[in-house]
Design a protein around this ligand. Structure first.
Ligand code: ADP
Ligand code: ZN
Length: 731
C-alpha cells in the first residue's frame, strides 16, 4: 500500500496536531519534503508539538507567517485508510480530531531519535548474596521470560533503585547489552499444524478463511459456548490472514489477556504475537506501535485501545468475548471497540470475527437480519458439556439471619467436596458488605463526595467508595448520632460470604477471587493457576471468574443472588444477567467431569431466569429484540446520552433545562429529548451530575443533529459536557 501523495519542500501542508485546536494548521513541507500521513514535529507558539500531515494546506493566510515543519519523525507515515478511519470514528463518536489523534499516538517517545540503547535481561550468574530487593529484580526477569528492559523500567517493575540493578550487573546476575531499537517481531508461521479440528470447527474455519481469501470487508458472529473451540477456529482465520501477508488483531477483554492465551498463539504459530495492554512496558509499547505501522508485526493481541494502532495493512480483527462491557471506554473518548472494529474493517477491506457464547443483542440482531454472517459451534470440545442449570427457590429455603447460602446449596457443595471436586460460589459484589448502617439511628455511611454508600472491605480494613475510590477507616462511632459500637454490616459481599463458607465448611480450602484482593496481575494469575491445579475446594468469586479461566476440577457453580442484576431500570439489565449467568455456569464441567449450576432466586418465574434455566437462547433473544423494537430502543432506534457535571448544582440544572428547551435540531429528525434528570449517581467527586437522553429513529443522522443541538450552547468553564453515542451504561 504505497502512499501516493508526496509534498515537496516548501509546499503548503495541513498538519493535524494533538493539541485541542479543532482543525489542521498550515505549514510548509520541510527540507526533503514529506509524504501525506507523515508523523512530524511542528512549531506551535513557543513549543514544538506532535502532528500528522493530513493533506494539502488550506492557504489563505499571509504566506510570510507560515512556518515550516520542524522535522519528519522516524516512523512509517499513517496509512490513508487509518486517517480515514480516525475521521469516521471522530464523526461517529462526536470526538474532536485532536483527541482522536491522541488515541492513535499513545506510544511514549515517538519523537525520540532512534539509536542503540542499553537493555537489561537475565544474566548467567547467581548473585553472591541475595537480598529482598535483588530477589525482586530476578523475579521480574523470570516472570517476563526473555524480555529486555531499560534500566528505569526494570527498577520500576521490581520497585527497587537503579543501583540494585547495577549491582546485579556487576555480578553477572543481570546482563547489560546494547540493543538496536525497535526490532521487528519474530515471524509467525501460519503453516505449522494446528489441532485436528472437529467437523463443525473445520467447517467454521473454512468459512472464515474464505472471507479472508476474498479480501473484502465482512463481519461474522462466531457463536459457541465456552470450550466449543472458538479460539481454535479463529486462529485459523489469523493463519489465513498471515498467509496473505496481511496483519491481524485479536482484541480481548483486558482481564483475559493472560500468558495462557499467548502460549496458545506460540504453540500454533511458533512465536509470540505483539502485546498491547496496560501491563506492557513502555519500551515494548513504542516498539509495537512502530512495527504496526511498518508491517514489522503480523499479529497483535491487545485490549480495546489496540484498535487505534497505526496498522499498515490490517486484514482481520477478532473481537473475542464481544459482549464484554470493557470494550466500551467510559471516560475520555467514549467509544465502543466492537463497533469501531467494524468501522475500521469496512475501510480496509478486512474481516471482523465477533466471538462469544452470549453475544450482545445488537450483534444477534445484525446476524439475524443478514448484515453479519453467523457461525454456530454447538458442541463443547471433547467430553465437556454445558451443565444443566436449576433454580433454588429462596422463598422455600430456611435461611438464618446474615446467612446467604441455602441449605440446598450447602448440601450440593458438600457433596462435590467429598468427591474431590471444586465448587464455585458466585457473588458479583466486592468487599465485605455493601452497606454499613447504624443500628441506633438508621444512618447509612456514605461517601462525602459522591452519592454512593461506602462499602466495607474488611481485608483492607477500610470503607471504600466504589464510585471514586475514596477510602476511610471504619469509624468507631456513628458519624450521625455518635452512638458507639452500633455500626453493622448489611448484605453480603464476597468477603462476608467467605466467612460463612469458613463456618460451614471448616475443613475446606477456600479461595476468594475479587479484583481488589490482589496487588498485581501477576499475583492474581498465580492464584488462578494454583486453583486450577486443585489448590482450593471452594472458590468464591465476583465477575472476575466469569471470564475465560479454565478450572478442570470445577463441577458445581452456585449463584448466590441471581436476582441482583435484574433490579434497576437499565435497558440492558435482562441481557446482562442472561449473559453473566450463562457464562458463570459455563465454568462448571469444562473437562471430563460433569458439572451443574444452581441459581438462588426469589423470582424463579421471572422471564429472564426462566430463559437462563431452559437454555432456550434464541427464544430469549427474540423476545428481547421484540421488546426493544416495540419501544424503538437500540438496535432498532438510536440513543445518545448527554452527561453534564459541575460543582454548582443550580448551574448544571439550568444549563440542562436550557439545552432541553432548544431541541429544534433534534425534533427536525424526529428525535426526542428526555431530562434533564439527576444521574443515578448524582454526585461524583464533588461534581453534581445531570443526564439528558436523546432517542431518535435509525438512519436519521443522529450525530449531526446532536452536534448542532449541543453546538448552540456556550459551555461555561466549570461545567463539563460529555456526549455518549450508543450509551451502554446509564450511571
Ligand atoms: P472457546 O474459545 O470456545 O472457549 P477453545 O478454543 O478455548 O474454546 O477450546 C477449549 C479447549 O478445548 C482448549 O483447551 C482447546 O485447545 C481445546 N480444543 C478445542 N478444539 C479442539 C480440537 N479440535 N482438538 C484438540 N483440542 C481442542
Ligand atoms: Zn466517592
Amino acid at each position: 500500500m504505497a502512499e501516493t501523495v508526496f509534498f515537496d519542500e516548501g509546499d503548503l501542508v495541513g498538519v493535524l496536531t494533538t493539541e485541542p485546536l479543532g482543525r489542521a494548521l498550515d505549514y510548509r513541507a520541510p527540507e526533503g519534503g514529506c509524504f501525506a500521513g507523515a508523523f512530524v514535529e511542528v512549531p506551535l507558539g513557543p513549543r514544538r508539538v506532535l502532528g500528522v500531515v493530513w493533506g494539502p494546506g488550506e492557504g489563505g493566510f499571509d504566506p510570510a507567517k507560515i512556518r515550516a515543519v520542524t522535522r519528519v519523525l522516524d516512523a512509517a507515515p499513517m496509512a490513508e485508510a487509518m486517517r480515514a478511519f480516525l475521521m469516521r470514528a471522530a464523526d461517529y463518536t462526536l470526538t474532536p480530531m485532536p483527541a482522536m489523534l491522541r488515541l492513535a499516538t499513545r506510544a511514549p517517545g515517538l519523537a525520540d531519535p532512534p539509536g542503540p540503547r542499553k537493555v537489561y535481561r537475565k544474566g548467567w550468574q547467581e548473585p553472591d548474596r541475595m537480598t529482598d530487593a535483588r530477589a525482586r529484580v530476578l523475579e521480574v526477569l523470570e516472570d517476563y521470560g526473555g524480555a529486555a528492559f531499560t534500566l528505569s523500567e526494570l527498577a520500576g517493575l521490581a520497585g527497587v533503585t537503579t543501583g540494585v540493578v547495577k549491582g546485579l550487573v556487576k555480578q553477572g546476575a543481570v546482563a547489560e547489552e546494547e540493543a538496536p531499537r525497535d526490532l521487528p517481531y519474530p515471524r509467525l508461521d501460519p503453516d505449522l499444524t494446528g489441532k485436528d479440528l472437529t467437523g463443525d470447527q473445520a467447517a467454521a474455519a473454512e468459512t472464515l478463511r474464505a472471507g479472508i481469501a476474498a479480501g473484502r470487508y465482512g463481519t461474522t458472529l462466531l457463536k459457541g459456548v465456552t470450550g466449543s473451540g472458538k479460539t481454535e477456529v479463529y486462529l485459523e482465520a489469523v493463519a489465513e490472514c498471515l498467509r496473505k501477508g496481511r496483519q491481524a488483531l485479536v482484541l480481548l477483554p483486558e482481564i483475559a489477556l493472560t500468558s495462557e492465551f499467548l502460549a496458545r498463539v506460540e504453540e500454533r504459530f511458533g512465536a509470540r504475537p505483539g502485546e498491547w495492554h496496560s501491563g506492557v512496558t513502555q519500551t515494548e509499547r513504542r516498539r509495537l506501535w512502530r512495527m504496526a505501522g511498518e508491517g514489522g508485526v503480523g499479529l497483535v493481541v491487545g485490549a480495546r485501545s489496540a484498535l487505534f494502532l497505526p496498522f499498515r495493512d490490517l486484514g482481520l480483527i477478532v473481537v473475542d468475548e464481544e459482549h464484554d462491557t470493557s470494550y466500551k471506554q467510559e471516560d475520555g473518548v467514549l467509544y465502543n471497540a466492537r463497533d469501531m472494529a467494524v468501522l475500521r474493517a469496512a475501510m480496509t477491506d478486512a474481516q471482523v470475527v465477533l466471538a462469544s457464547a452470549t453475544p450482545c443483542l445488537e450483534t444477534w440482531v445484525n446476524a439475524e437480519s443478514g448484515k453479519y454472517g453467523r457461525i454456530d459451534l454447538t458442541a463443547r470440545f471433547g467430553a465437556a458439556e454445558l451443565p444443566p442449570m436449576r433454580a433454588i427457590d429462596m422463598r422455600e429455603e430456611r435461611l438464618e439471619a446474615s446467612r446467604w447460602i441455602s441449605p440446598t446449596l450447602v448440601q450440593m457443595v458438600a457433596g462435590r467436596i467429598a468427591a474431590g471436586e471444586q465448587a464455585l460460589l458466585f457473588l458479583n459484589r466486592r468487599g465485605y458488605a455493601p452497606v454499613t448502617i447504624c443500628r441506633a439511628c438508621g444512618h447509612q455511611i456514605g461517601c462525602h463526595q459522591c452519592d454512593a454508600r461506602m462499602v466495607e472491605h474488611r481485608f483492607l480494613k477500610r470503607l471504600v467508595c466504589h464510585q471514586c475510590g475514596e477510602s476511610a477507616p471504619m469509624p468507631a462511632a456513628c458519624p450521625s448520632c455518635k452512638a458507639e459500637g452500633r455500626l453493622a454490616p448489611v448484605g453480603p459481599g464476597v468477603e462476608r460470604l467467605a466467612e460463612e463458607v469458613a463456618e460451614r465448611f471448616p475443613e475446606a480450602r477456600v479461595a476468594v477471587l475479587s479484583s481488589d484482593l490482589f496487588g498485581s496481575a501477576r499475583a492474581l494469575k498465580e492464584k488462578i493457576e494454583e486453583i486450577a491445579g486443585g489448590g482450593a475446594d471452594i472458590i468464591i468469586g465476583t465477575q472476575l471468574v466469569a471470564k475465560g479461566h479454565n478450572f478442570p476440577l470445577l463441577t458445581l457453580v452456585g449463584v448466590i443472588d441471581a436476582d441482583l442484576g435484574l433490579q434497576g431500570s437499565d435497558l440492558r439489565a435482562a441481557e446482562r444477567t442472561f449473559q453473566l449467568m450463562r457464562q458463570v455456569s459455563g465454568r462448571a464441567g469444562r473437562a471430563e467431569r460433569k458439572g451443574e449450576a444452581y441459581l438462588q432466586t426469589y423470582q424463579p418465574d421471572h422471564p429472564v431466569i426462566r430463559a437462563i434455566l431452559s437454555g432456550a437462547e434464541e427464544d430469549f433473544w427474540r423476545a428481547e429484540a421484540a421488546e426493544r423494537q416495540a419501544a424503538g430502543m437500540p438496535p432498532f432506534g438510536r440513543l445518545a446520552g448527554i452527561i453534564l457535571s459541575s460543582p454548582d448544582v443550580q448551574q448544571v440544572f439550568d444549563f440542562g433545562r436550557e439545552l432541553a428547551r432548544r431541541a429544534g435540531p433534534l425534533t427536525r429528525i424526529g428525535a426526542q429529548v428526555f431530562g434533564p434528570a439527576p444521574a443515578p449517581v448524582a454526585r461524583v467527586r464533588g461534581r453534581h451530575r445531570v443526564r439528558l437522553l436523546v432517542k431518535g429513529p435509525k438512519g436519521a443522522g443522529l450525530q449531526a443533529a446532536v452536534a448542532e443541538w449541543v453546538g448552540q450552547m456556550r459551555v461555561p468553564n466549570n461545567l463539563r459536557l460529555a456526549v455518549d453515542i450508543d450509551p451502554q451504561s446509564f450511571y
